[in-house]
Design a binder for this molecule. Structure first.
Ligand SMILES: [Mg+2]
Length: 420
């Protein structure tokens, strides 16, 4: 029955342009499609409904994960295997993916911090002059002194004169936190020149770009584990203690940052374009298991889209009043936007709805809080320092059992396939 419905639906879409999708889907991975390394059974069922008989998606789909210690292709291969449908790397968005938009840093000498193939990842997103913490350590052996066993045995001096570091990119939590904390602090306080003494605290801070702000994450253990957000708390505290100033970020990416959703929406538009769908993608649905990342992020982006819409209509009205022309045309948002915003162009979406599933960190056995503000107090807000706690942002639009139920709900809301 379902098979015939799917075939019929795919026929309708290829034959009838009026039935092109006007919505796109954003899926979190951990806790929605997999739990640790184990696939969640509902995921396979859900994805059978999203593709036609040739395995082609019926609407744009992007996987948005805060993971960042591997390349997109590896994640795409894992997902294809788990879901039983072909997933391309262009559908996968890691926490570091938006770095591709920061072109002004791509040719600068950049220090990267994290673990896994960080040099490859940095090159993959566009950086050309990358130095790792290990490379710095080898060049300046006197700097990493916490572990007595790793201190240089003989007096030594800098081995090679590396070029001055011009920006710092924090990919994810490193292995030896003390080494990274020490060397990143050194780089920041010497303005990137480790051969020099610390500069005055009044000097301008080097740009820092950070990916994945998750304070903690759920692995196989009963209690959550330290994430990259915890490492960032350490770095921010040390920097503030030493300089008396807040560490400033050039950009924060990964859920729940707005930038992440701008980029995900851009990938959705790219997919629609590639498929030749002319209908603009108006609605986004973000399916996730975490109130503080998936739900907060989707709601934050939805708020941006709503504000943008109301700004557009105010401008259109002003144009109409001035008689300056087409009130019907959507204003080109180039006025206040620059940098990565212009790289991505204007969104076509007008809403981003958050859907919470109960297969991950959100515990379905605990009664759902009637008011999220009652259970998440500001004092225990686990979001990043630069994100304000706002109870309205952690309220999901809808709550469903699993990703299969989420897909059914979205089809219903979009009246998708109902005419078939
Ligand atoms: Mg998750």
């Amino acid at each position: 029955m379902r098979e015939s419905q799917r075939k019929e639906r795919s026929w309708v879409f290829s034959a009838d342009l009026a039935s092109e999708p006007s919505f796109g889907l954003l899926f979190d991975i951990d806790g929605v499609l997999v739990r640790g390394k184990t696939p969640i059974p509902a995921a396979k069922r859900a994805f059978q409904k999203l593709v036609d008989s040739n395995g082609q998606f019926l609407m744009p789909v992007v996987f948005v994960t805060n993971a960042g210690n591997c390349l997109r292709q590896k994640k795409a291969d894992q997902l294809s295997h788990i879901l039983g449908v072909p997933i391309s790397q262009d559908q996968v968005m890691m926490s570091h993916s938006p770095l591709r938009m920061f072109k002004k840093f791509h040719d600068k000498h950049v220090l990267v911090s994290g673990q896994g193939p960080v040099l490859d990842i940095a090159k993959n997103v566009g950086f050309t002059n990358v130095v790792s913490i290990d490379m710095l350590r080898e060049s300046f052996p006197l700097l990493d002194m916490v572990d007595h066993n790793r201190r240089p045995k003989l007096p030594s001096s800098p081995v090679a004169n590396l070029p001055r570091v011009e920006a710092v990119v924090l990919f994810g939590e490193p292995i030896r936190w003390e080494t990274n904390l020490q060397l990143i602090t050194d780089v920041l306080l010497t303005k990137g020149n480790l051969s020099s003494p610390y500069e005055s605290a009044h000097a301008q801070q080097l740009p820092v770009l950070a990916c994945n702000m998750d304070l903690m994450w759920m692995a196989e253990a009963h209690s959550p584990r330290f994430g990259h957000g915890t490492f960032m708390v350490c770095l921010e505290s040390i920097y503030k203690k030493i300089t008396g100033k807040e560490l400033k970020y050039e950009a924060l990416m990964g859920k729940p940052s707005e930038l992440t959703y701008h980029f995900a929406e851009f990938l959705i538009r790219e997919q629609a374009l590639e498929r030749g769908w002319r209908e603009p993608i108006r609605s986004l649905y973000a399916v996730g298991d975490n109130l503080m990342t998936d739900i907060y992020g989707a709601n934050l982006y939805n708020r941006y889209l709503e504000e943008r819409m109301s700004r557009s209509s105010t401008k259109a009205l002003a144009n109409l009043v001035r008689g300056s022309g087409a009130a019907s045309s959507v204003p080109q948002e180039l006025d206040a936007e620059s940098g990565w915003e212009t790289e991505l162009a204007s969104p076509s979406a007008t809403s981003c709805k958050s859907i919470l599933v109960c297969t991950g960190v959100f515990n379905p056995h605990l009664e759902l809080p009637r008011d999220a503000s009652q259970c998440i107090k500001e004092t225990v807000f686990h979001g990043h320092r630069d994100f304000r706690f706002d109870p309205a942002l952690v309220e999901p639009e809808r709550i469903v059992e699993d990703v299969d139920a989420a897909v059914e709900l979205i089809f219903q809301m979009e009246k998708f396939g109902s005419a078939v």
